[in-house]
Design a protein. Sequence first.
Length: 512
Amino acid sequence: MAESARRARGGGGAARRAARTAVSFETARYIERNIPNFEVLTEEALQIIEHNADTVLEEIGVNFPDNPDALALWRDAGADVQGERVRIPRGLARKLCGTAPSTITQVARNRDRDVVIGGKSLVLAPVYGPPFVRDAAGGRRYATMADFEKFVKLGYMSKWLHHSGGTVCEPTDIPVNKRHLDMLHAHMTLSDKPFMGSVTEPSRAQDSVDMCDILFGKDFVQENTVMTSLININSPMTFDDVMMGALKVYAENNQACIISPFIVGGAMAPVSVAGTLTQVLAETLAGIAYSQLVRPGAPVIMGAFVTSIDMNSGAPTFGTPEAAHITYGAGQLARRMNLPYRSAGSFNGSKLPDAQAAYETSNSLNMGLLSGVNFMLHACGWLEGGLVSSFEKFVMDADQLGTLHHLARGIEIDENAQAMDAIREVGPGGHYLGCAHTQNNFREAFWKSDLLDYKPFETWSDEGARDTQALATARVEKMLADYQQPALDLGIREALDAFVAERKAAEPDSFT
């Protein structure tokens, strides 16, 4: 009997040890805020900015170059169209925006990982667009498809990241006209989180829809949002035909678009916060209104990518108070339009994942949480002003995203949280380490980094005195070694493979 009990205890200990060391693919649910948004604009200021944005649309107008179909839609809607310039009567754009949904559910192929975008939610997605990558071993170099696949795997395994993203880096070893197929294939097969579609050419947007038809089913795609895509406005106030062509494809197929100005304050918008917010609002009003002309009810997200500029070098700057003011203000404007809001990220201008990167990223992430952002692209991995996707910074940022989850919970005030039993039990001069309340709550009481080092100096020194970048390098290696591909129906996988092969064979390679 004693031997049997010992075996049971030993087996239990072994099971617990195995559980602690087992590979985990847990993903936290998207954030739902229980804290208030931080608002910097008064009601008077909001009304002035809204009035001025309508004035910009009515008197100055916006350009839709090389897009006769868009011009025709605007003319039929009552806009004044002269050449490529569209002047929108006061109130018309806002009225058209009224058919856009206030929240979007993006479906993942693993339905446990569906995300809701809008309201009090915050969905975190990784870096998007850099042509270069960096790691401690290879330094800075052009990105390849192998790099892209590694980032998708890291995103899939990152607990606090809800979304697989889109162009997590630009795989320059694949022809420009074909790389979107490989990127989408990677998101669909190496992860089961939600993902983004291609926007670099309307036909590539259609390829994205067609691949989703294979993955989810054609009827399902028409009735559900399974992709989110980034449509940038060419600020100031120009809506180029490539981006608008991609938007048209997605809107017609009921897929979500982030309609977002790309603004460097002082270069592509006024230097003042109020002036920039006026332009941001005018541009997003026009872009979202156009999506609703294409298909009333098409899902959209109001975006604001805004940074300031160093007036000496001309380089963009990040984590600045001016960017924070604009991000907070744009959040207020988005909520008044009852639309989901995209902004913020792990923005920084540093060349390395160093102190500058950490300071600027921390500022940017926190302003995103407090400004009411619903979809945060670039939440991890961004370096060098968006030119570089960094492996080490990816896992550093992904770890810190856990703090946003815990901050967003707010402060509980139920009986357990009041902890009066613990205060009575310990009394004056005692300590709380062994009290019942601590024992019952310590596992979930505090957020804990899976990366940062909290060990005593002697232990840290004995283990190699590793800095955060070294710890991040080790974590990247471990995560990639532990990666396990999520299951996918063999028939769907073969159909995706065949589609990619057929589309690649249909046209010659182009690297321009």
